[in-house]
Ligand binder design. Structure first.
Ligand code: DC
Length: 231
């Protein structure tokens, strides 16, 4: 059966990964969270003091890139694909506020993007893939058969991210911090020179501020089915 590539781009915390996972499950496709790849490199830079509160040694990061091995492995217990740095499962650690606050500095670096885009394109060779990020429909897969651009009101996005952190046991991060983090990441994502977040001309926009996850999934699945019917 023909398989397609579904590219999902959009702002931070708009539910891209929720929709991407549900779509992948419904279509029996692979799901790739590209934000996790940038987060993994941010974690490496933080742990190795390449990136600290007052300095960022970009040259050292670029030199280290060939030694940074980011991959995904399917966990049959959680039914999720989880992110690895080398042999270490870093799925939980990359979601914390420290990585969230620093990751956009990493995502600005041309060499980091080039490395990760190569891996992402390799993963898409077989098609049958749902990938979410910021540049998937514009840079990674400009010929993706279906491109979705997601948006949601800023405070709704912050509330969702805050609730997610709380549900994972984070008792220290405040709602104000999350709001601040989303605001600054939106600015960083849209204003950077390398692969800024922009809506591809042929992307279909879904604003999920006022629709349920089920409604959103139905819209996206209908779009995917109609694309598949035309292959
Ligand atoms: O989707 P996320 O919040 O996990 O993404 C983490 C960071 O990585 C965010 O600051 C945007 C950046 N990113 C990117 O620049 N390009 C992508 N394809 C995915 C994420």
């Amino acid at each position: 059966m023909t398989k397609i590539i579904i590219a999902i781009d959009g702002y931070s915390s708009c539910g891209k990964s929720t929709l991407a996972k549900q779509l992948a499950k419904a279509l029996n496709y692979i799901y790739i969270d590209t934000g996790a790849m940038y987060r993994a490199i941010a974690l490496y830079a933080l742990r190795n003091k390449i990136l600290t509160a007052d300095k960022f040694d970009v040259e050292r990061l670029i030199k280290s890139l060939p030694n940074i091995n980011v991959s995904f492995s399917y966990n049959s217990v959680t039914n999720q694909s989880e992110t690895y740095l080398g042999n270490e499962n870093i799925e939980q650690e990359i979601r914390g506020i420290e990585v969230s606050n620093q990751v956009s500095k990493i995502a600005k670096i041309k060499e980091v993007r080039a490395k990760l885009v190569d891996i992402q394109r390799e993963l898409g060779k077989q098609k049958g893939l749902v990938m979410d990020g910021r540049d998937i429909g514009t840079v990674v897969f400009p010929n993706a058969e279906l491109k979705i651009f997601m948006t949601a009101a800023y405070k709704i996005r912050a509330k969702r991210r805050f609730d997610e952190l709380v549900s994972k046991g984070d008792t220290t991060t405040t709602f104000e911090e999350v709001l601040q983090n989303i605001n600054s990441r939106d600015n960083d994502d849209t204003s950077r020179t390398e692969h800024p977040l922009i809506k591809a001309n042929d992307a279909i926009e879904i604003d999920n501020s006022a629709i349920s996850q089920m409604e959103q999934l139905k819209i996206a699945l209908d779009l995917a089915k109609s694309k598949l019917a035309n292959q």
